[in-house]
Design a protein around this ligand. Structure first.
Ligand SMILES: Nc1ncnc2c1ncn2[C@@H]1O[C@H](COP(=O)(O)OP(=O)(O)OP(=O)(O)O)[C@@H](O)[C@H]1O
Ligand SMILES: [Mg+2]
Length: 232
C-alpha cells in the first residue's frame, strides 16, 4: 500500500432500489474514505441510506456505479474473487439486530467466518480468546436466545473479528440496547480501536458519533463533513 492511499475508499457511489415500477434513488454520488486505524461515524436521518452505504462498503452488495477500493484494490466489481476475499478476511460486519444463527451456540456462531474464510485450526483458539476477552467465556455453549442483547452483540463482534480484519463496519451497534449495555459495547469498540482496528460506524446519536475521530453526514444521497451541528 502506498503511503498516500486510504485503507478504504469509495468514490461517487450510486445506488437505486427498484420497487415494482418505481425507482428509489438512495445514494447519489456518495464518496467516503477511511485511513488505517481511523474511527469514522456516519450520521444521517432515517432512510437517508446509511445501511445501504455500509452494505456496499462491506461488499455485501454492489453499487450501480462508482468504485470501492480496499488498499487500492477494486472490491466493488461484480467479479466475486476480490470481493469475497475482502469480505472473508479484511472486513467484519456488525448489525443492529446481531444476526446470530439461533441453532448455533456462542462458540459456533463466533467460528462461522472461519468456515468460509481461511478455515485454519487456530480459529477455535482465537474464538475462545475473543470470547474470553469480551467476558463470554462462561457462555460458550449457550444459544443466542439464552443471552441478553449486550451479550449477543458481543458475540456478533467476536464473530466479526475472528479473521482479524483491519476494518469493522458497525450499523447502529447499540441501537437495540439500553444506555448502560450500549456503553459497554462502545467501551469494547474503543478498546479494539485503540489496538489498531479501523471502525466505520453508523449511528443516529451525536453523543455516540463523538467517540469517533471524524463524523460525516449522509444527506440527499451524498456524504458531507459534519461541520455544523444539525438540529433534529
Ligand atoms: N432492499 C431494498 N429494497 C428496496 N428499497 C430499499 C431496500 N433497502 C433499503 N431501501 C430503501 O432505501 C432507503 C435507504 O434505506 P437505508 O436502510 O439505507 O436507510 P438508513 O439510513 O439505514 O435508515 P435507518 O436509519 O432507518 O436505518 C429507504 O428509503 C429504504 O426504504
Ligand atoms: Mg439503517
Amino acid at each position: 500500500m502506498s503511503e498516500s492511499s486510504p485503507l478504504l475508499e469509495a468514490r461517487n457511489l450510486y445506488k437505486t432500489y427498484r420497487m415494482g415500477t418505481v425507482d428509489v434513488p438512495v445514494l447519489r454520488g456518495s464518496s467516503i474514505h477511511m485511513e488505517p486505524g481511523e474511527w469514522v461515524a456516519i450520521l444521517g436521518a432515517s432512510g437517508s441510506g446509511k445501511s445501504t452505504l455500509l452494505h456496499l462498503l462491506g461488499g455485501l452488495d454492489t453499487p450501480d456505479s462508482g468504485e470501492i477500493r480496499f488498499k487500492g484494490e477494486l472490491i466493488s466489481s461484480h467479479v466475486r474473487g476480490a470481493r469475497n476475499r475482502y469480505r472473508n478476511r479484511d472486513v467484519g460486519f456488525v448489525f443492529q439486530f446481531y444476526h446470530l444463527l439461533p441453532e448455533l451456540n456462542v462458540l459456533e456462531n463466533t467460528l462461522l467466518p472461519g468456515l468460509v474464510g481461511a478455515g485454519i485450526r487456530g480459529d477455535r483458539k482465537r474464538a475462545r480468546e475473543l470470547l474470553e476477552a469480551f467476558g463470554l467465556d462462561h457462555r460458550l455453549t449457550h444459544r443466542p436466545r439464552e443471552l441478553s442483547g449486550g451479550e449477543r452483540q458481543r458475540v456478533a463482534i467476536a464473530r466479526a473479528l475472528l479473521n482479524g480484519p483491519e476494518i469493522l463496519l458497525a450499523d447502529e451497534p447499540t441501537g437495540n440496547l439500553d444506555a448502560e449495555t450500549g456503553q459497554e459495547i462502545l467501551d469494547l469498540l474503543k478498546r479494539e480501536h485503540e489496538a489498531g482496528l479501523g471502525i466505520m460506524m453508523v449511528t443516529h446519536d451525536r453523543s455516540i458519533a463523538a467517540l469517533a475521530d471524524r463524523t460525516v453526514v449522509l444527506q440527499q444521497g451524498q456524504v458531507v463533513p459534519d461541520e455544523s451541528p444539525v438540529s433534529h
